[in-house]
Design a protein around this ligand. Structure first.
Ligand code: S3P
Length: 431
């Protein structure tokens, strides 16, 4: 499906973004491990989160939606007796790496064999990174030449001390979900800090977990399962809000507030990068437990190029395509390095982004671990292929708003993965 996006008008008013996708996956999984039904409010309404719900349904969970508004669902979640035989042992993770990897961890302690498969995109993504630590804990896990489908035959698990070769909250989360079912303590160290939602939620639920920026330890909770039932409100998704944020930081005359949005430091690297580029952004943090939440205000300014590398990369991993788009309008050459992970996402984001931005007239140099974008340039109309990757499609849409002519984006259906109401939200802000 193709979508045309014309030159944008200033973004004005208030955006309440959809529920956070990362927190939503985890909320569903943890609810499925709870003793009694849980209430989850503001769950993300995209296809990825529905995929996690569908896999958990196969395992015996029930989800009853009580209220639905744009981007958010309130529901009652009935847990799983993890000892029972499910109806099927094939779980379909579709396009969702988070579903596949977190579920592999949750199943590692269940003494049955499950296969988790995915679509063509997910089947091309690395899965040994999650298989290896789960094997070290005692599960029997196999992949097909390192990729999906992944088969997990769970068993008695023991805690491990594991250093992640690449910062990944999905792999860290999988190990922590397995550790809930393991004997002894588990520690995960990372070279750089990745998002900390799993550890925050577990700590909020009373699990004995301690963490710092690059390390997390969980004590034996053998008797701690099932988890206590909970009532959680999911914060708005910073990664979804990021599209309007970047457009408003550039489009002259914009004045945007973003409300009820997650402001977790492990997710907001984009703000640090944009401020470094000269953007005017204010964060008003309001609530901290279990997730920081607040409002963000942004006004346009002339941007300068910057260098993006190191510690900020995992904190901005899903927003790096947007930085590349912003860089087309900044003075000088913006360089993004240490970001080889971008090539292992729903698409090879370095390649797909470079090709599309070049077609719009941008000056882009590609590296194995990132890209350089020089600006400012007047972006022009073009037909660009998002490769069905939701974040690339919406990053191209922002480029379309900044362009002088209409941009046509192929593979637009991908946006249903994380932000089905993207166009409605953006067009309301441009009225
Ligand atoms: C996610 C972690 C990130 C991110 C993905 C969601 C999560 O992946 O890119 O969109 O919810 O844990 P990695 O942790 O593999 O980098």
């Amino acid at each position: 499906m193709n979508q045309k996006i014309g030159p944008g008008r200033p973004l004005k008013g208030t955006l309440v973004p959809p529920g956070d996708k990362s927190v939503s996956h985890r909320a569903l999984l943890l609810a499925s491990m709870a003793s009694d039904p849980c209430v989850i409010k503001g769950l993300a309404d995209g296809e990825d989160v529905e995929t996690t719900a569908n896999c958990l349904r196969v395992l015996g969970a029930s989800f009853e939606v009580s209220h639905q508004s744009r981007g958010r669902k309130d529901l009652r979640a009935g847990g799983i007796s993890w000892q029972l035989s499910p109806a099927e042992n094939l779980l379909q993770a579709e396009n969702s790496g988070t579903t596949m990897r977190l579920l592999a961890g949750a199943l590692a302690g269940v003494p049955q064999r499950f296969t988790i498969d995915g679509d063509a995109s997910l089947r091309s993504r690395p899965m040994e990174r999650v298989a290896e630590p789960l094997r070290l804990m005692g599960a029997d896990v196999s992949t097909e030449a390192g990729k999906a489908p992944i088969t997990v035959a769970g068993g008695d698990l023991s805690g491990i001390h594991y250093e992640l070769p690449v910062a990944s909250a999905q792999v860290k989360g999988a190990i922590l979900l397995a550790a809930l079912q393991a004997e002894g303590r588990t520690t995960v160290d990372e070279l750089l800090p990745s998002r900390d939602h799993t550890e925050r939620l577990l700590s909020w639920l009373g699990v004995d977990v301690t963490w710092g920026p690059t390390t997390v330890s969980i004590e034996e909770t053998f008797d701690g399962l099932p988890l206590p039932a909970f009532d959680l409100t999911v914060p708005g998704d910073f990664s979804s809000a990021a599209y309007a944020l970047v457009a408003a930081a550039i489009l002259e005359g914009s004045e945007l507030s973003i409300d009820l949005v997650g402001t977790n430091f492990s997710r907001t690297g984009l703000i640090d990068i944009l401020r470094e580029m000269g953007a005017a952004i204010v964060i008003d943090q309001q609530l901290e437990d279990p997730e920081p939440l607040g409002s963000i205000y942004v006004r346009p300014r002339k941007l300068q190029a910057t260098i993006v590398s190191g510690e900020v990369i995992p904190r901005a991993i899903d927003e790096l395509p947007l930085i590349a788009v912003a860089a087309t309008q900044a003075e000088g050459t913006t360089v993004i390095r240490d970001a080889a992970e971008l090539r292992t996402k729903e698409s090879d984001r370095v390649a797909v982004l470079s090709k599309g931005l070049r077609a719009m007239g941008a000056e882009v140099e590609e590296f194995t671990d990132g890209l350089a974008v020089s600006g400012p340039v007047a972006l022009r109309g073009a037909v660009v292929d998002s490769a069905g990757d939701h974040r690339i499609a919406m990053a191209f849409a922002v480029a379309g708003l900044l362009a002088g002519e209409e941009v046509e984006i192929e593979g637009w259906e991908g946006t249903r993965i994380s932000y089905p109401s993207f166009l409605d939200d953006i067009s309301e802000l441009m009225q």
